[in-house]
Design a protein around this ligand. Structure first.
Ligand code: HSE
Length: 345
């Protein structure tokens, strides 16, 4: 099968994915037999271009860098909006990398439903749709005989969902907990080193870690979305936003951080979902951890996730949880997985 890819949302993540395809595409073809073209890109700010035979990603990426726009690309059809890019092009894989909206899930949910109803595979890094409508979307994908994949919604390209769903299948997972947001971990780490909150937040935005709205990170909404996804996808719960106890890091002062340091402790924003007397409980809140705690050692933009299991006790992974290439890579992980599944069938 030739994968004809449309990218909906060409921000940091969409561009990171395009860069990886552009740089390593030949190798993916040789090593995995992955035959693909990016046929369309649509973004509300950068514009939209569709070329049935495929776009030259090197050109598109340099246009984006130089002009911030893609619609001066020399060929193809311009101006298709996201929905028409999904429905009226020859794309058979839709990459949904528009920004997360944890209140409504849109426009992501609409993009994803449209793609699935049109029997197109969907790969997304958009947390809103998975956090709010996972079951409905997974069912729709099944009914339409296509794949719906979203590894990058939880700690970017570092394996989290596939690890829990596939590698840890057969062990009972009692709890999943960890540092699920890179921006806040970076802020807490740098504040401990003496920088101010505003200074570090700006730096996180410049590096492409932060969400479009700073509140999403610092008030714990981004971590909450990931907790919902972990709970609903891996622990088969049916949690809603209101079921997660959420506190962000805005109440933590430089003084609190210095005080914790003097006690050999460190604040971390911890997201948790756990089974308790047959019920699933979920929370996001700052915790003052002993400096020796493995999660206390995870600093900067790094994320970490611990699965508490019956067979293996604790399994912890540490890795990037945000970033252009890191999140772009998660889309590739899913594309390769779809490719393997299709090849096997
Ligand atoms: N803003 C998020 C973070 C990006 O800082 O971790 C990944 O969801």
């Amino acid at each position: 099968m030739k994968y004809k890819i449309a990218i909906i949302g060409f921000g940091t993540v969409g561009q990171g994915f395009a860069e990886i395809l552009d740089e390593k595409g030949n190798w993916f073809k040789e090593k995995y037999g992955l035959d693909f073209n990016v046929v369309a890109i649509s973004d509300p700010i950068k514009g939209s271009v569709y070329a049935e035979q495929g776009l030259d990603l090197t050109k598109i990426l340099s246009l984006t860098k130089e002009t911030g726009k893609i619609d001066s690309y020399s060929e193809g059809i311009k101006g298709l909006d996201s929905i028409h890019t999904i429905t009226d092009t020859n794309a058979n894989v839709i990459i949904e990398s528009s920004p997360t909206n944890i209140e409504t899930g849109d426009p992501g949910i609409t993009h994803i439903k449209t793609a699935l109803n049109n029997k197109k595979h969907v790969i997304t890094t958009n947390k809103g749709p998975v956090a709010l409508a996972y079951r409905e979307l997974a069912k729709l994908a099944d009914e339409n005989g296509v794949f719906f994949k979203f590894e990058g919604t939880v700690i970017s390209g570092t394996p989290a969902l596939n690890l829990g769903l596939e590698t840890l299948a057969g062990t009972k997972i009692q709890e999943i907990k960890g540092i699920l947001n890179g921006t806040t971990n970076y802020i807490l780490t740098e504040m401990e080193r003496g920088k101010t909150y505003d200074e570090v937040l700006k730096e996180a935005q410049r590096l492409g870690y932060a969400e479009a709205k700073p509140d999403a990170d610092v008030e714990g909404w981004d971590a909450l979305a990931k907790v919902l996804i972990l709970g609903n996808v891996i622990m088969e719960s049916n949690l809603k936003v209101k079921d997660v106890d959420r506190t962000g890091i805005t109440g933590i002062t430089l003084q609190d951080i210095q005080q914790a340091k003097s006690e050999n402790k460190r604040y971390k924003l911890i997201g948790k979902v756990r089974k308790e007397n047959g019920e699933i409980k979920a929370s996001v809140s700052p915790e003052k951890l002993d400096i020796e705690d493995s999660l206390a050692q995870v600093n900067g933009v790094l994320n970490a996730l611990t699965f508490v299991t019956d067979e293996l006790q604790e399994v912890t992974i540490v890795g990037p949880g945000a970033g252009r290439r890191e999140t772009g890579f998660s889309l590739l992980t899913d594309l390769l997985n779809i490719h393997r599944l299709i090849e096997k069938s």
